[in-house]
Design a protein around this ligand. Structure first.
Ligand code: TXA
Ligand code: MG
Length: 343
């Protein structure tokens, strides 16, 4: 296994060997603006199988296919209606995945036997350069062992995938920090299967309509639109609980009620000195959703380094990008949460 460091744009030559390896069937971990991905040539089903093995991922959970630009969508999928085209024009490239009707060249293990495939064009320059050089579609889920938080920095990733992949491309911490918005157009309405940086408001503004799939906040079993919703996700090793009150004084009171003598609280900068606990991990200012998203997976992982008996995470207001953060937090505590609003 080789680690390739790319911190400047003129380091792109170093990507040649990674792109060749990827094209020829090896696994390569690469950065995107959302989280790191563990990639394989999407046209080679054996290589794709190796992703499932390396992650310990259930094979009924489909992978997203990454391409370098819009002209390549037709190589992997069909664009069937105007709404799909309009979403592509507006949100791609970006932190956005569109579920489209799959073409036959994409093996069935990529799509977990569905007749659709998720397509994404990352904006991260290293990702795009790698995809251009490899010149094949790249299947890539988030770079984490299944059920753990998605990999957003190289230290966490190295620990989980040491010698399980051929290359790890280090491009620093992921910018956004949580995964892309996943959308499927059903009956001409964009349905958000997984919320991300592109929000429901962004889609409404552009298309005029949007639905949020019911499983974004509720536990899913059996057949669901997005199979990933069924599985345990983003979890710290020890017991965890998420608390949210619109009123901050009430939130502090609630945290004090639940905390044990070895509780780690992951919460906002404003509350750092107001809560007396074993450890307090600051995820950023209360209303700075970009900072919270950027930090959350790293902090969830960091709790595993401590000998604690409970992790309490402060929730955020469920609006805009906050919806996406709450979707991840609710899963990370395995639906063990209390949420109180003022009305
Ligand atoms: O930001 C991201 O999307 C990252 C980076 C690496 O691109 N990738 C990522 O992949 O988060 P993954 O595999 O961890 O999550 C993909 C999600 C899963 O919940 C999966 O069930 C859903 O997308 N998905 C993929 N293909 C689908 C399909 N054909 N139909 C419905 N849901 C699909
Ligand atoms: Mg994932």
């Amino acid at each position: 296994m080789k680690i390739i460091n790319i911190k400047k744009d003129n380091d792109f030559e170093k990507l040649n060997e990674c792109a060749n390896a990827l094209k020829n069937g090896d696994l390569v971990i690469f950065p995107t603006e959302t989280v790191y991905g563990i990639g394989a040539n999407a046209l080679m089903s054996d290589s794709v199988d190796n992703i499932f093995k390396a992650k310990g991922r259930a094979n009924d959970n489909p992978l997203i296919v990454h391409i370098s630009d819009k002209n390549k969508i037709k190589d992997v999928a069909y664009i069937i209606n105007d709404i799909e085209q309009s979403l592509i024009n507006k949100f791609m490239p970006g932190p956005f995945t569109l579920i489209l009707k799959k073409k036959d060249c994409i093996p069935n293990n990529v799509s977990a036997n569905l007749d659709t495939v998720g397509v994404r064009i990352p904006t991260n320059k290293v990702a795009r350069e790698l995809l251009i050089k490899a010149n094949v579609p790249v299947a890539a889920p988030s770079a984490n062992v299944s059920s753990r938080p998605s990999g957003t920095n190289i230290d966490d990733i190295k620990e989980e995938f040491n010698n399980k992949v051929e290359y790890i491309i280090d491009n620093g911490d992921s910018d956004i920090g949580i995964e892309s918005t996943v959308v499927k157009v059903i009956d001409k309405i964009p349905v958000i299967l997984r919320p991300g940086k592109v929000t429901a408001e962004d889609i409404i503004k552009h298309i005029g309509s949007v639905k949020i799939d019911e499983h974004v906040f509720t536990k899913a079993n059996g057949v669901v639109l997005s199979p990933g919703m069924k599985y345990k996700h983003y979890a710290p090793n020890c017991k965890s609980l998420m608390l949210y009150c619109e009123d901050n004084q009430e939130l502090i009171k609630l945290i004090n009620e639940y905390k044990t003598h070895k509780t780690i609280v992951i919460g906002c900068s404003e509350n750092k000195d107001k809560i007396n606990t074993f450890k307090y991990y600051d995820y950023g200012k209360k209303d700075d959703f970009d900072s919270i998203a950027h930090n959350i997976f790293k902090l969830l992982r960091k709790t595993n380094e401590e000998d604690c008996d409970l992790v309490i995470i402060e929730g955020v207001k469920k609006e805009g990008f906050g919806i996406s953060i709450m979707n991840r937090l609710i899963r990370s505590v395995n639906y063990n949460y209390i949420e109180k609003s003022n009305n």
